[in-house]
Write a protein of this length. Structure first.
Ligand code: XMP
Length: 310
């Protein structure tokens, strides 16, 4: 594939479709939405408003960090605090698909619909990639960003047209495009992080307390495995508990799973063989998180497992 040509084609298509109207896009800081943000800004300049929605489900310091990073690239990103809306929508939900649905609905029908209205945008630029579409259409998982492909007319449902310039690429293609766009390595090499964010890594109810636990575990895993060369690494909080001992007292504690995989495009994945010392060290750090007394390493490839737990 000629990626240089692909970039030119996508930028001119965005320009032609949007014309003199305004467009909006949501940046998450992942490589997909970062590439779309750069496409959009090159195509539309000030006609594009880029927002970062803080949904309470992001990693440590992520919203501020991403906004700062793009500001260095000369792209202004508006930070929207929607934490309470998302937490409210997720309260009491434990079913994976219901949780994903609540996030989709809160994002598109509430928060984003409001932002689009305020901005006067007629188009939404979206970082959907081919793998998201295939898995959703195949019924494996409802990716939160798939709308048109499952029969949702965004014009009718939400009042704006949808542009998905990356829908013919897989993750490796997007990274190549990011490299050609000269995005900082921190963005182009960023490991995948799902749209529904840490909610895909909490089995059971998503609460502020449980988010704090998984956020701390995520920071540890990301720090420890950043040099591993793996495709993706993550921490998951289970809904089960296990008996343990802390300060000579019985504790019925939380269980955190560490997952580290090799993959090309996330359609299939194998488990990374990490050294025992590294695993041990990660475990020691994870069980220092308040309330957590077990740390497990997931040995399951995809399939039959998926990468995320929700
Ligand atoms: P699964 O869990 O489906 O994950 O094997 C495959 C890859 O996709 C990411 N993922 C998502 N990305 N929205 C996204 O933008 C989602 O709803 C979503 N679910 C999973 C996951 O992190 C992995 O890289």
């Amino acid at each position: 594939m000629d990626y240089k040509k692909f970039i030119e084609e996508q930028i001119s298509e965005i320009r032609d479709t949007v014309g003199k109207e305004k467009a909006i896009n949501a940046l998450s800081g992942g490589v997909d939405s970062s590439v779309v943000t750069v496409f959009g800004h090159r195509a539309l300049g000030d006609q594009l408003e880029t927002v970062f929605v803080d949904n309470a489900l992001m990693r440590e310091g992520e919203p501020e960090h991403v906004v700062k990073l793009f500001s260095k690239l000369g792209i202004k990103v508006k930070l929207i605090d929607a934490r309470q809306e998302f937490l409210g929508a997720l309260a009491g939900l434990t079913d994976p698909e219901q949780k994903r649905q609540a996030i989709t609905d809160t994002f598109y029908s509430k928060v984003f619909a409001r932002l689009v209205k305020e901005s006067g945008a007629k188009f939404l630029l979206h970082g959907t990639i081919l793998t998201d579409i295939e898995e959703t259409v195949a019924g494996i998982k409802r990716q939160h960003n798939i709308l048109v492909q499952i029969g949702i007319d965004t014009q009718k449902a939400y009042g704006y047209g949808l542009l998905e310039p990356l829908k013919s690429l897989r993750k490796d293609g997007v990274r190549e495009v990011a490299r050609l766009l000269e995005l900082p390595g921190e963005l182009s090499r960023r490991i995948p992080f799902p749209g529904p964010a840490l909610a895909t890594r909490i089995v059971g109810e998503v609460t502020e307390k449980r988010l704090k636990t998984v956020r701390t575990a995520t920071a540890i895993v990301e720090e420890e495995l950043s040099e591993s060369g793996a495709f993706q690494y993550l921490a998951v909080l289970l809904s089960d508990r296990a008996t343990g001992i802390r300060d000579n007292k019985r504790e019925f504690g939380e269980i955190v799973v560490v997952r580290c995989i090799d993959s090309i495009d996330a359609r299939t994945a194998t488990v990374k063989e990490l050294g025992w010392d590294k695993l041990n060290h990660i475990c020691q750090r994870i069980v220092q998180i308040p309330g957590v007394n077990r740390c497990l390493y997931d040995l399951t490839p995809k399939p039959p497992a998926t990468v995320e737990y929700v």
